[in-house]
Design a protein around this ligand. Structure first.
Ligand SMILES: [Fe+2]
Ligand SMILES: [Fe+2]
Length: 244
């Protein structure tokens, strides 16, 4: 059995609120009585990609117990200080392949030619073991109109890579600031809740009031997902609110 903790979008901005919520989540995970196999953070670690924000992210998104794996988000890429990207994390029994889906200066994302080539060869080298693929931008519509506008483009090219690699057990994303589970390329696509905020869905708002101001909900507590992979290949996800 493999257990991943998955969080996303802490948007560390140098201020106290995002830092406190991120610390709350990491304190919860680092204080778990039992072990997880890794913590995956699917992007928007910082709000503007500034060096001071990156220092805050490095300090807060740390664990003395578990490997912490990150990939960059669009907010990390607004400056040339993009997060270290396209990394294979070989954890022995399984691997997490973290991809850079950022297009500098843009909110939407893609996996470019170099990243797709790297993903294909990385997955070739990991055959025979379960692999989680992580990138920030969901490659399918999630029924949040503004997030759907800035999702991953050219998703069919990513799906073609996954089609050749049955060892990929799930795709992990963030960006949507709402916990979600769907499918992509015949695999589970699992979206972590947003640490900094939650985005409300159309039917949670009065008709005609879907906009960036009204969808933003700062009142809900931060949350994490746990993905459990059984030895027979079956995946289960739990979502957990992290309150004080
Ligand atoms: Fe975000
Ligand atoms: Fe994002």
């Amino acid at each position: 059995m493999i257990v991943l903790a998955h969080l996303s979008d802490p948007h560390l901005d140098g201020g106290k609120r995002a830092a406190a919520r991120t610390a709350q989540v990491m304190h919860y995970l680092n204080g778990l009585p039992g072990d997880v196999d890794a913590i995956v953070v699917t992007g928007d670690l910082t709000d503007n990609g500034l060096p001071a924000e990156r220092e805050q992210a490095t300090a807060l998104l740390a664990s003395p117990r578990f490997p912490v794996i990150t990939c960059p988000g669009n907010h990390d890429g607004y400056t040339p200080y993009g997060w270290p990207a396209n990394q294979v994390h070989d954890l022995g029994r399984f691997a997490v392949v973290a991809c850079d889906s950022v297009i500098l200066g843009r909110a939407d994302g893609h996996l470019g030619d170099a990243t797709l080539d790297w993903l294909r060869s990385s997955l070739d080298g990991l055959r025979g073991r379960p692999v989680f693929v992580a990138f920030h931008h969901p490659p399918v519509k999630l029924h949040h109109p503004m997030i759907d506008e800035i999702r991953l483009s050219a998703a069919e090219r990513v799906a073609a890579v996954l089609a050749d690699h049955p060892d990929v057990v799930a795709v992990l994303c963030g960006h949507a600031h709402t916990p979600a589970a769907t499918t992509f390329a015949g695999r589970p696509l699992l979206v972590a809740p947003g640490v900094k905020s939650t985005l409300l869905l159309p039917w949670e708002l009065p008709a005609g009031e879907m906009n960036w101001r009204s969808t933003l909900d700062l009142g809900q507590p931060p949350a994490v997902a746990f993905h459990i992979l059984d030895d027979d290949g079956r995946l289960t996800t739990h979502f957990r609110l992290v309150t004080d």
